[in-house]
Write a protein that binds this ligand. Structure first.
Ligand code: G3P
Length: 216
């Protein structure tokens, strides 16, 4: 499973990218709004840092506006993926972007049939929001399972990108289901490096080493 960061923070991206385990980045208008620099400036910097796909979302909600924004975004870098909300105009725009060879990520997916619509028009990714479904007492990972099962029946090439990840267990479940990608906030990416037994074990190894006073 590929691991993406869900952030518009260049500082956060640098930390994970430097370790060599970052496969891509997703942004959304809420994440961009938290940053001081302008959208285009941030995107240029992120696309220069990260080799993998970088999702940049359109804010237009009608077809022509989405096509205008999306084609401009796609010109900014080879690794831009145009993120489009699951609306009728959004699905139509994805079909156009597909015909132009522009990669797309269809966002705000909350049902398997929404994912099917996106796949039919050639979306590169669909983003089911697991955390937001859990928040309203629906099983977010069940949606992921349904989408993967449907896509497998018809051999759609659209990748399932698990979004709205809140904790490492979401990632374990997504990977066990065979999701193609999971995108997560920095906090969750940081958590997956850690385990209390790793810390305790290392402390013991180093203390024993000191006691034995061995030379390297
Ligand atoms: O970027 C899309 C998605 O990952 C947002 O997640 O945490 O705002 O529900 P969240």
């Amino acid at each position: 499973m590929k691991l993406f960061l869900d952030t518009a923070s260049v500082d956060e991206i640098k930390v994970i990218n430097d370790i060599g385990v970052l496969d891509g980045v997703t942004t959304n208008p809420s994440l961009v709004a938290k940053e001081k620099s302008n959208f285009r400036g941030i995107l240029k910097e992120i696309c220069g840092l990260v080799k993998g796909p970088v999702s940049a979302e359109v804010v237009a909600t009608e077809y022509e506006g989405m096509i205008k924004e999306g084609t401009e975004l796609a010109k900014m870098a080879d690794n831009i993926v145009v993120k489009v909300p699951l609306l009728k105009d959004g699905v139509k725009a994805v079909g156009k972007f597909t015909s132009l060879g522009i990669k797309t990520n269809v966002t705000l997916i909350f049902s398997p049939l929404q994912a099917l619509l996106a796949a039919k028009t050639g979306a590169s990714y669909v983003s089911p929001f697991v955390g937001r479904l859990d928040d309203v007492s629906h099983e977010g990972l069940q949606l992921v399972e349904e989408i993967i099962t449907i896509f497998d029946q018809y051999e759609y090439k659209t990748q399932v990108l698990v979004a709205s990840v809140r904790h490492p267990l979401h990632l374990v479940d997504a990977a066990m289901l065979g999701a193609d990608v999971a995108t997560m906030p920095f906090k969750v990416f940081d958590q997956i490096f850690r385990h209390p037994l790793t810390d305790v074990g290392l402390k013991t190894f180093l203390a024993d080493w000191e006691k034995g006073k061995k030379q390297i």
